[in-house]
Design a protein around this ligand. Structure first.
Ligand code: BES
Ligand code: MN
Ligand code: ZN
Length: 497
């Protein structure tokens, strides 16, 4: 049972419930915190000595029923060197604070103050964002509560801060982002019997209530456009494919939009080139790129971003069936180029080939960024810490890399080049859909590049970062919602002027 989470922002005053406070590496507290802790005398200092707590960033000291304070529990969180804190460190501290709340706690107060004094409004909002991301759970399908699950139905977290009005305002933006990350995570966590292309399209359509224009193209519409590659992937499924186009026009009229394209393979069995059984259940998350695009569009609309943005997602299910496509089949893409299918499990690039071309032709975007759980090879190359980044545009790639460092969703640039491109030339068609075992993430990117023309473009291979990722201070769920914050930040930093 998910607990309802309520946040409040109030001035520094007597705390209620579990109290979380912050100190630096000299065990120094801010003035409001000192005042609140005064009745406890030297309790914190003695506990710190006993526990060898020295205030290092991310470490904590737990004191149950602290004498003199009339609180169930006091949690002291170390922030390390305050001057070195980046925005993402504060998001992480919020996540750590949330993770420190003991199971039965229904009420907590977080004193949003470091040794030098109260946090700025943006910093409090960052901290609350981290707490919200940390608290995310997906237990929609758990009908029984475990005996040892002592969590209350409702948790109230109060951030004591200064300038509560400014904080409330900053929180409008950050909570829009938090909700949108959660929206993306939900989509990825949903099983494929629930979230097939039609249902995914319906959920994306719900964004229209935020002012997003949503169009859903069905199979006949896509056939008319000549999207043979996308349709070939979906033809073995009982669930029809969809293409969803979302538009948010918060910028000046007539200004070219920025565009985001997502791989939405609602389930990837591999098709006739079927995958082994072990771990195949994870392929319900093969639509994480599409989920990120939907989450991003939701965030832009919810915080009324001053930008014109297009989001387009290709939704298919890759199944083996009497009607499924075969290895050796040749499909014609909307761009006119033909592709020989040598492995039906290399399906994501086929879907993206048509959607990239469609978006480029219809919207003439400033740039296109696509996200896809495209290859196992990128996980071999980079593990789960960085997403693979491929680009034909140094400026856009550098901007993304910088944003990634700032907000903690990092990207590592990978090479492209004619030598790799050659590897997907085909005996029978313009290209084939795999280039063999070596450099598998790169040859996949080369295929995509054949469909973007001269438009500045980035491909993010998120197979390692979007799902099954290690639990972090800001995510305990199987899916991470990777990319929503990264791309939202990119737009805020560079494209809202
Ligand atoms: N969806 C998979 C890639 C993937 C693997 C995502 C593991 C997340 C975790 C993709 O469609 C795929 O099957 N790629 C193949 C390509 C190969 C057949 C050229 C792969 O990576 O093995
Ligand atoms: Mn596949
Ligand atoms: Zn796939």
């Amino acid at each position: 049972m998910p607990a309802a989470l309520k946040f409040g922002f109030t001035p520094f005053a007597r705390p209620r419930g579990v109290l979380v406070v912050f100190c630096d590496e000299n065990l120094k507290f801010g003035p409001a915190t000192q005042r609140i802790l005064a009745p406890a005398g030297d309790l914190v200092r003695r506990a710190a000595t006993a526990d060898r707590f020295i205030g290092k960033q991310g470490t904590s000291l737990d004191i149950v029923a602290p004498s003199g304070l009339n609180l169930p529990r006091l949690v002291v969180l170390g922030v390390g060197k305050e001057s070195e804190l980046k925005s993402h460190d504060i998001v992480k501290l919020g996540g750590i604070a949330m993770g420190k709340l003991p199971a039965p706690a229904a009420t907590a107060t977080i004193f949003a103050e470091f040794a030098s004094g109260p946090l700025k409004a943006d910093q409090v909002a960052d901290m609350a964002l981290g707490a919200r991301l940390r608290a995310y759970t997906f237990d929609l399908y758990k009908t029984k509560r475990k005996d040892d699950d002592a969590r209350p139905d409702r948790i109230e977290v109060n951030f004591a801060c200064s300038g509560a009005n400014a904080v409330e305002k900053a929180w409008v933006k950050s909570s829009a982002i938090a909700d949108s990350v959660a929206f993306a995570r939900d989509l990825v966590n949903e099983p494929a019997n629930v979230l097939y292309p039609g249902e995914f399209a319906r959920r994306a359509s719900s964004l229209s209530k935020l002012g997003i224009n949503v169009e859903v193209l069905d199979v006949p519409a896509m056939r008319k456009l000549g999207m043979g590659a996308l349709l070939g992937v979906g033809q073995g499924s009982a669930h029809d494919s969809r293409l969803v186009v979302m538009r948010w026009n918060g910028g000046k009229r007539g200004v070219d939009p920025v565009a985001f394209i997502g791989k939405g393979v609602c389930f990837d069995t591999g098709g006739i080139s079927i995958k082994p059984a072990q771990g195949m259940e994870d392929m319900k998350g093969d639509m994480a790129g599409a989920a990120c695009v939907v989450g991003l569009m939701r965030a832009l609309a919810a915080r009324k971003a001053k930008v014109n943005a297009v989001g387009a997602i290709g939704l298919v299910e890759n199944m083996p069936d009497g009607k499924a496509q075969r290895p050796g089949d040749i499909v014609k893409t909307m761009s006119g180029q033909t592709i020989e299918i040598v492995n039906t499990d290399a399906e994501g690039r086929l879907v993206l080939a048509d959607v990239l071309h469609y978006v480029n032709k219809r919207f003439k975007p400033k740039f296109m960024i696509n996200l896809a759980t495209l290859t196992g090879a990128i996980i071999v190359a980079l593990g789960q810490e960085y997403a693979g980044m491929f680009s034909n545009d140094d400026k856009l790639a550098e901007r993304l890399a910088k944003c990634g460092e700032t907000i903690g969703e990092r990207v590592w640039r990978m090479p492209l080049g004619p030598e790799y491109d050659k590897m997907i030339d085909s005996k029978f068609a313009d290209m084939k859909n795999t280039g063999g075992r070596w450099g598998g993430a790169i040859t996949a990117a080369q295929l995509l590049q054949r469909f973007v023309g001269k438009t500045p473009w980035v491909h993010l291979d998120i197979a390692g970062t979007a799902m099954g990722s290690p639990q972090t201070d800001t995510n305990q769920s199987w899916s991470s919602g990777w990319g929503v914050r990264l791309l939202d930040h990119l737009i805020e930093e560079y494209y809202e002027r």
